[in-house]
Design a protein around this ligand. Sequence first.
Ligand SMILES: NC(=O)c1ccc[n+]([C@@H]2O[C@H](COP(=O)([O-])OP(=O)(O)OC[C@H]3O[C@@H](n4cnc5c(N)ncnc54)[C@H](OP(=O)(O)O)[C@@H]3O)[C@@H](O)[C@H]2O)c1
Length: 272
Amino acid sequence: MSETQDKVIDEVMSTGRSKGGRSKGGGMRVALLGGTKGMGRAMARQLAARGDRVFLLGRDTEELARSTADLDARANAEGPGFSHCDLEDPASFEPALDAAVAALGGLDCVVVTAGMFATQDVLEDDLALTQRLLTVNFAHTVVFCEHARARLLADGGGTLCVFSSVAGDRGRTPVVLYGASKAGLSAYLEGLDHRFRSQGLVTVCFKPGFVRTSMTAGLPEPPFAGDVEPVAAAAVRAIDRATPQVYAPAIWGWLMAIIRRLPRFVMRKVKF
Ligand SMILES: NC(=O)c1ccc[n+]([C@@H]2O[C@H](COP(=O)([O-])OP(=O)(O)OC[C@H]3O[C@@H](n4cnc5c(N)ncnc54)[C@H](OP(=O)(O)O)[C@@H]3O)[C@@H](O)[C@H]2O)c1
């Protein structure tokens, strides 16, 4: 691990623990869908390193086994394990969450970082891919979240932290289709927070700007691109503080406050 990564993990470990995540002694019990790569993997490592128990959900069993072994090594203890869960296959959702509940003895927090991306040009030329992306990022993610919130509420509440995107805040030329999938997801997450917060369900809608991960590899880098570790640390902080909506890197909150107010004739002309 690099010095920067160590610093980030130290910072996460020293933050207050779990208003939203409800530490029940020995750290949070977390099910994390998307922990094999990118921001999800960084979050899983940070949570495990500070003593939370992280059960991984994902579609690639070999990769899940490798990632779980890596978490066990970082936590210096045998972790709760993993289960197969594919956002393209809703039949996998309930058994995966059941396995998480059984392994952890309940759930304090469910995190969803899994998602798909393709560029606007590629999606416009391939409507089958567009349908997959819209289904995975919106419809199936919402169905997964519905299963997760039912389990969290049945156990007295907890935190549901889901990765949406700044791309969902405004209809924009380069991300019309991907942005639409995330706009729907953001609207759902906001509604969920309003509907269930009083019953103990905290919903965190986490909106990254551009972050350097395998998802964005090869894409032209815009200004204010972020790195995985600090962005993942911001998501962990959002869970601890029960913040309903977070932009990361933080400057994207200011940028989007301006972009949301731009008139349509300006949005039509600009290419971002
Ligand atoms: N990177 C950015 O600039 C950026 C910006 C805004 C929002 N986001 C959002 O942030 C989240 C994380 O992005 P990232 O950049 O960290 O992505 P990433 O590095 O590409 O990782 C994506 C994760 O999603 C999993 N996944 C993909 N399809 C899946 C499916 N059908 N079922 C289950 N798991 C699936 C992948 O699993 P495998 O290991 O099996 O592939 C992987 O663990 C995504 O929701 C993304 O849309 C990213």
